[in-house]
Design a protein around this ligand. Structure first.
Ligand code: FUL
Length: 481
């Protein structure tokens, strides 16, 4: 067996990456002066006086996320315009100079408290690119300013599950390009919130490569280190003509983890994908988009493909100028959450009998896959790269979804290809053909009635593990999803 395959099979998530992966679905909240100017990117010259949401209700935001089935929320504490949603001690460009709550308000406090009340984790987006701050472009001074602001956010608002860094990097008012001190930013985050993942321009979670909600057919979490270095060079807009960048791999390439893609990597790392998109065309609220909210069916499709495609799903919900999530978005999110809950409430294979072509030992028998438990899973001996699992269902069942999970915390990501067959009137019929599994794969097909299921793992790295195989029936037509 090739050396690089043995190495790839040994790459595991860190504890914080594993905890993050289990969150599966969480919200992005884009809210700032842009909400009041109807823009997507502010210029940095907006007067704090325009920030005045008359009915801001962070509990309504958190409740909407909870109803959608989300586990957390990431707030744009500072977007590219530099306006701070908390009363930072290091700038006057913040809520403290706005008429909202007579300058005594703190959106970050209200949202982080509301998240805790709703049982959601709280995360921060803070844009390194700052079009307002005078020191921007004067690298050392601005890096100090940025670290001071990060410190305020990391120390003042309880546990933070994620720090989301955008790589955009424009010129400062002095015409100079800012050099971000990523290593110093990461250091302070690790020191103050060691459990937080650092996403996108960070070492823990990578951007899936588009903002449309698509993920790859084969989304690998084990990728070459060169990909992480590319994210740090930063500046999505500048990457294309950056000489250093062109030697690296970028997050938009289609093949990041196949044998060919990892063969010559300097090092292999665990760097899982996050899929991000918005309920609306824009990231910020615009009343003109009130009737362009994605439907619950469209969002369900993104959910099944991302959470079910070895990624997490970060869905943006922009509050409006009142400080509320608009009725149209609320209706869609409640419907989406209801559908997800109903679909996955009963595993039709929970009482099945499972057999396998081979098992390593008594601790790794096939019936471990009937319930979702990270400490019990099936695996064959090392060197067995193809294997079969057969489930005999308690009785004939009608279903259109099979959920598969590898045990990534034990052995990382190994499965490279598989097929699913169902037993109908004594004949095996193929219903799904897939590539990777990873943390979770949701396989959708036309509704079918069958008494057995056969999972054939046709290729894997060193050996496969299966932690879970669940069978579900969705009332939604899933064939094209
Ligand atoms: C982008 C930003 O420029 C957008 O405004 C938005 O915040 C999105 C999530 O990331 O790079």
């Amino acid at each position: 067996m090739d050396d690089f395959i043995i190495k790839a099979a040994g790459v595991l998530p860190s504890e914080r990456q594993y905890v993050w992966q289990q969150m599966e679905f969480y919200a992005f909240i884009h809210f700032t002066v842009n909400t009041f100017t109807d823009r997507e990117w502010g210029y940095g010259d907006e007067a704090p006086a325009i920030f005045n949401p008359p009915a801001l209700n962070a509990d309504q935001w958190a409740e909407t996320c909870r109803a959608a089935g989300m586990k957390g929320l990431i707030l744009t504490c500072k977007h590219h315009d530099g306006f701070c949603l908390w009363p930072s001690r290091f700038t006057g460009h913040s809520v403290k100079n706005s008429p909202w709550k007579d300058g005594k308000g703190d959106v970050v406090r209200e949202v982080s408290d509301a998240c805790r009340r709703a049982g959601l984790k709280f995360g921060i987006y803070i844009s390194p690119w700052d079009r307002h701050e005078k020191t921007y472009g004067d690298s050392e001074a601005y890096n100090r300013y940025f670290i001071n602001q990060l410190t305020e956010l990391l120390t003042g608002y309880g546990d933070i599950f994620c720090v989301w860094f955008d790589g955009a990097c424009g010129e400062g008012p002095n015409g100079k390009r800012q050099i971000y001190d990523w290593e110093a930013y990461y250091k302070i985050i690790r020191e103050l919130q060691p459990q937080a993942v650092i996403s996108v321009c960070g070492p823990d979670v990578r951007w899936c490569g588009n903002e449309a909600g698509h993920c790859r057919k084969s989304e690998w979490s084990v990728v070459p280190r060169e990909l992480q270095d590319a994210e740090k060079i930063a500046g999505k807009s500048q990457k294309a003509d950056d000489g250093e960048f062109s030697k690296l791999i970028n997050s938009m390439e289609q093949d990041l983890g196949s044998r060919a893609a990892i063969k010559n990597a300097s090092e292999l790392i665990w760097y899982p994908a996050e899929v991000n998109t918005s309920t609306r065309p824009g990231w910020f609220y615009h009343s003109a988009e009130d009737h362009s909210v994605k439907t619950a069916e469209q969002l369900l499709k993104v959910y099944l493909n991302s959470v079910g495609g070895n990624s997490c799903f970060l869905l943006n919900i922009p509050p409006d100028g009142r400080g509320l999530i608009h009725e149209n978005d609320v209706a869609v999110l409640e419907k989406l959450g209801g559908t997800i809950k109903k679909t996955f409430c009963e595993n039709l294979a929970a009482k099945a009998v499972a057999t396998a072509s081979e098992s390593l030992n008594d601790a790794h028998l096939p019936d471990n896959i009937l319930s979702e438990n990270k400490d019990s899973f099936w695996r064959p001996a090392a060197g067995t790269e193809a294997a079969e699992l057969v489930l005999t269902l308690e009785s004939e069942k009608t279903f259109n979804i099979i959920v598969l999970k590898e045990n990534i915390s034990y052995s990382g990501q190994h499965v490279e290809s598989f097929t699913l067959e169902v037993l109908q009137n004594g004949c095996w019929m193929r219903v799904f053909e897939g590539t990777v599994i990873g943390y979770k794969r949701i396989c959708c097909f036309n509704k079918i009635s069958a008494s057995g299921i056969r999972l054939k793992i046709t290729a894997s790295r060193l050996f496969p593990t299966i932690e879970y195989l669940g069978v579900f029936l969705s009332e939604v037509e899933l064939s094209g999803m």
